[in-house]
Ligand binder design. Structure first.
Ligand code: DDH
Length: 287
């Protein structure tokens, strides 16, 4: 008598769009970071949350957001991603109903779109897991290695050669930080705008080993201001990969189409969506 049934809040498209808008506005406001945007590091957070997926055991992937906890947060590959997680903390405070797992992926989607990339459809429904679900170290790619390693890592997630090359185009964005991965520098001249420049530069520039005390990496001969990782260079050393590099270098629309499809797949690896969960496309804010 008198005790009302508690109302369960079921967020809709508009609610997630509001979270998207909040992230987009925070990207604009916090333009003193790195090359002027938190976008690249947010994309990397979403990728590292997803890229732990192991198709054989169904473990890892973006469902869980277990990088909140050590040991996963301390894995070498995740160095520096605290900046991205901290950036999103005020958003989580403002919209406490969203799970960290959905928030991290939504932030990746938002960043790609706000950095003038293609639309990335999003489905909601990831659930946070506790520390016991942390994945073992070593599931993410090692930048010092080449094509065999790339195939081992990405085939484990369920990707093929074309998808491996399409995903790598994300390196048009952001930079390496010597105090994070040990590597240093950006891949492109416009690291806060997504284009197919990664592929163009890979093919068109002359690359040489950088002479320094850091890990082995390439620099462009002309300006010495751009970089490639050994794992990036493997994409033009391997014939099958190189054919896709050429396709994407020649056709930005094709790259955008394939990048959108493969990133959507990456962000959904291992996520048990409820049947009938809709795919949403969010409206860009400042793009
Ligand atoms: Fe990456 N990446 N990545 N990467 N990545 C780094 C930075 C960024 C590898 C190594 C590194 C993908 C694939 C690979 C982004 C997105 C994606 C850094 C530098 C290393 C090292 C980190 C630092 O020092 O701060 C390797 C190896 C691979 C591979 O073998 C395929 C993929 C698939 C994506 C994706 O998003 C789909 C982004 C963005 C960055 C820039 C981060 C930043 O802070 O800026």
């Amino acid at each position: 008598q008198g005790s009302a049934t508690p109302k369960v809040f079921t967020p809709k498209f508009e609610d997630y769009q509001a979270v998207y808008n909040e992230i987009a506005n925070r990207l604009e406001e916090n333009d003193e970071y790195d090359d002027g945007s938190y976008g690249p590091v947010l994309v990397r957070l979403a990728w590292h949350a997803s890229g732990t997926y192991d198709a054989a055991t169904g473990t890892g992937g973006s469902n869980g957001a277990t990088m909140r906890f050590a040991p996963e947060s301390d894995h070498g590959a995740n160095a520096g991603l605290k900046a991205a997680r901290d950036f999103l903390e005020p958003v989580k405070k403002k919209f406490p109903w969203i799970t960290y797992s959905d928030l991290w992926i939504l932030a990746g989607v938002c960043s790609i779109q706000e950095m003038l990339g293609p639309k990335i459809p999003f489905r909601a429904g990831r659930q946070d897991k506790d520390v016991a679900a942390c994945t073992p170290d070593g599931r993410l790619p090692d930048a010092a290695q080449a094509q065999d390693h790339l195939r081992n890592i990405f085939y484990r997630m369920g990707f093929n050669d074309q998808e491996i090359v399409a995903l790598a185009g994300a390196h048009a964005l952001g930079r390496c930080h010597s105090n994070r991965s040990g590597y240093e520098g950006p891949w492109t001249f416009s690291p806060t705008v997504l284009t197919n420049d990664f592929y163009k530069l890979l093919l068109d520039e002359k690359w040489q080993w950088k002479k320094w005390n850091g890990p082995k990496q390439y620099e462009d001969k002309k300006t010495k201001s751009l970089m490639m990782l050994p794992a990036d260079m493997a994409l033009v050393e391997d014939k099958k990969f190189k054919n896709w590099v050429k396709e994407y270098a020649a056709d930005n629309d094709l790259f955008f189409k394939d990048f959108s499809a493969v990133v959507t797949k990456l962000f959904e690896l291992g996520v048990p969506f409820k049947e009938g969960t809709e795919k949403w496309v969010f409206k860009p804010v400042n793009a």
